[in-house]
Design a protein around this ligand. Structure first.
Ligand code: NAP
Length: 309
């Protein structure tokens, strides 16, 4: 079956309304972009879905999977005529991509994104966009450690949060449309200031990833025989860190470099707290350890109750 047929056979009438968008252009079509493309198709929310990626191989894969009807490494050509453009590449690529797509954006188009940091996105993208092209930054708090267009699935965003951080003066209709899309994907939408988003995510996502990268890095620096025992007995806790530390290296490099202030602040707090624990262990202060571990156990229960486990 040709790709055109695949796309034409997608349902066009969404439950509770027709398509939200005409042409949707994904810039980057990995785990997140391909999951969104699948969700748009499944729900019939777009008349046409196209994409751009850095490599021809990824463009070809997106066509082969039937995710899009057109794909090109020329991002400008793909955004032409699109009423929704979704940046789905590592955040370090945004400034260059915004400069490349801006001259091709249709007046009235919405440019949104899925980047894991938000102040840097507004800093890097907004200055390039012409008057009448509306920026609605977003961050779906959903994902896996897998990458690429094959890794995506339409249900990824169900019962997950999507945080939107529209800058002051953002076009209300554009914001409402993007929020509507995420709600139809099954997400709960929350609005936040970009700076607040970056602080919250520094503690809930960025620091845990940094700790996982550190622990797994330390283990790989150990002697050969100890290393094999680390793998053998990994169910003791190490295993859970290896899953997080398998996340995409380029994506995470860009997150740390683009949320530097908030991450450095939270590392400082973390260092102080771990030093306090180190001291409690050295001086045999079991009550301090037990008190902390009791409090953290309650947090885990809260995560389960909030259905985010
Ligand atoms: P991914 O699976 O690695 O896919 C990245 C995509 O971006 C690929 O299609 C890649 O194309 C493309 N790309 C890379 N550099 C590019 C460039 N210079 N120009 C055009 N396209 C380029 O990544 P992902 O996990 O979907 O993450 C994408 C974004 O979502 C990131 O900004 C990340 O912060 C955010 N996010 C990720 C998660 C998660 O858990 N993964 C969760 C929430 C938000 P090639 O394949 O040709 O290189």
């Amino acid at each position: 079956m040709s790709n055109e047929l695949l796309v034409e056979s997608l349902p066009l009438a969404a439950a509770g309304g027709g398509p939200l968008f005409g042409r949707v252009a994904f810039i980057g079509i990995g785990l997140i972009g391909s999951s969104m493309a699948r969700a748009l198709a499944k729900l019939g929310l777009a008349r046409e879905i196209v994409c751009s990626a850095r490599s021809q191989a990824t463009c070809d894969k997106a066509l082969e999977l039937g995710l899009v009807s057109q794909a090109s490494t020329d991002a400008g050509a793909m955004v032409a005529g699109a009423d929704l453009v979704v940046l789905c590449s590592p955040v370090g690529t945004y400034a260059d991509l915004a400069a490349r797509i801006a001259p091709h954006c249709t007046p009235g188009a919405i440019v949104t994104d899925v980047g894991s940091v938000k102040q840097a996105v507004i800093r890097d993208v907004a200055p390039h966009l012409p008057e009448g092209v509306h920026l609605v930054p977003g961050h779906p708090v959903a994902g896996t450690e897998h990458s690429g267009p094959e890794a995506g699935f339409a249900e990824l965003f169900e019962n997950r949060w999507c945080i939107l951080t529209p800058p002051a003066g953002a076009n209300e209709e554009a914001v409402a449309k993007v929020a509507d899309m995420w709600r139809r994907f099954g997400s709960n939408v929350e609005f936040m200031e970009a700076s607040h988003h970056d602080k919250v995510l520094a503690i809930t996502s960025h620091l845990p990833h940094l700790i996982a990268y550190t622990i797994v890095g330390t283990a790989t620096d150990l002697e050969e025989d100890t290393k094999s025992e680390v793998i053998k007995f990994s169910a003791g806790g190490f295993r859970d860190f290896t899953r997080i530390a398998a996340s995409d290296p380029v994506m995470w490099r860009d997150i740390f470099l683009n949320n530097r202030e908030a991450v450095l602040e939270i590392i400082q707090r973390f260092n102080e707290d771990i030093t306090a624990l180190q001291r409690a262990i050295r001086w045999g202060e079991g009550d301090k350890l037990e008190e902390l571990f009791t409090r953290t156990r309650a947090i885990r229960r809260g995560v389960i109750d909030a259905k985010q486990a």
